[in-house]
Design a protein around this ligand. Structure first.
Ligand code: G
Ligand code: G
Ligand code: MN
Ligand code: NA
Length: 253
């Protein structure tokens, strides 16, 4: 409970930071996107993992506030990068709580207008595991966002139960293969089979594929051979503060 009120205060006083992790194209190794990742350095407890405070926000009703905050920070940053000539689409994680809110599409439209960012420059990531069941409001929200031009990513793919039907019914244009499959590529033949067939399946449905957790050149080569589109992971960059990732953007966009 103390942590919850500290989180609320951190959001009010702007003490949640946003770091950015680059995504690179396999084709030419250029940076083609960044993911915004929330970071919280608690004044006495030190770094609190996003898993902890995202879960806390989710269970306490604070999620809309967190998402609103991250969208503001990330879109302000995106607008600045575009003005500087090295703009790339920026990805923001959202939760089921967000997309179940009937006003969410409108909120995103308002924020894009406020920060003067094109809808195509924003990507929203939704974890696969949250999309079980038939959440009709969530579906309506995703369709509205997609119609507006915002791009949608199915995150942590492989960890949930999204069926082929889900992929067909919802307007995703990208999946992100969870790093638990990617990290074993070098030695686990099952992981290799899963990753290869996931990429083929996604492509045949017209979806682009991002591999998460690419940490070494051998994994990069394997994924390149499977026809994967983009890599995110420590080999490309860690999640870095805006001031540090912009050097990479200036050089590799
Ligand atoms: O890379 P990292 O350890 O920061 O991320 C841990 C988890 O927290 C990931 O599942 C990521 O999607 C989630 N996460 C990080 N930042 C945000 C955020 O701003 N909003 C939401 N909903 N989830 C986030
Ligand atoms: O939103 P998502 O669940 O995809 O969050 C990505 C998580 O993965 C974050 O916690 C991030 O810090 C972490 N991460 C990103 N790249 C790597 C990597 O190459 N290796 C490992 N082990 N973790 C990574
Ligand atoms: Mn993500
Ligand atoms: Na993920």
């Amino acid at each position: 409970l103390a942590l919850l009120s500290d989180l609320r205060r951190a959001l009010e006083t702007g003490r949640i930071e946003v770091h950015y992790q680059a995504q690179a194209s396999f084709r030419d190794e250029r940076v083609v996107g960044v993911e915004a990742l929330a970071r919280w350095r608690h004044h006495t407890r030190g770094a609190i993992s996003p898993e902890t405070f995202v879960k806390l926000a989710e269970s306490s009703g604070l999620m809309p506030r967190l998402t609103d905050y991250i969208l503001d920070v990330a879109l302000r940053q995106a607008a600045q990068w575009w003005r500087s000539g090295y703009g790339v689409p920026i990805a923001v994680n959202v939760s089921l709580r967000d997309i179940e809110n009937p006003g969410f599409t409108e909120l995103v439209a308002r924020k894009l207008a406020q920060h003067r960012v094109r809808p195509e420059a924003l990507r929203l990531e939704i974890a696969e595991r949250v999309l079980v069941g038939d959440a009709q409001t969530a579906r309506t929200t995703l369709l509205g966002l997609s119609k507006m031009g915002v791009r949608l990513s199915l995150d942590d793919f492989g960890t949930g139960y999204a069926s082929l039907l889900t992929l067909r019914r919802l307007p995703f244009d990208e999946i992100k293969i969870d790093r638990s499959f990617v990290s074993g590529l070098g030695y686990d033949t099952d992981d290799a089979a899963i990753v290869r067939s996931t990429i083929d399946l996604a492509h045949s449905l017209g979806l682009r594929v991002v591999a998460e957790g690419v940490e070494d050149p051998a994994t990069w080569s394997a994924l390149e051979g499977y026809g994967c589109d983009e890599a995110q992971g420590w080999l490309v960059s860690k999640a870095l503060p805006a001031g540090e990732i912009c050097a990479l953007l200036a050089e590799r966009v």
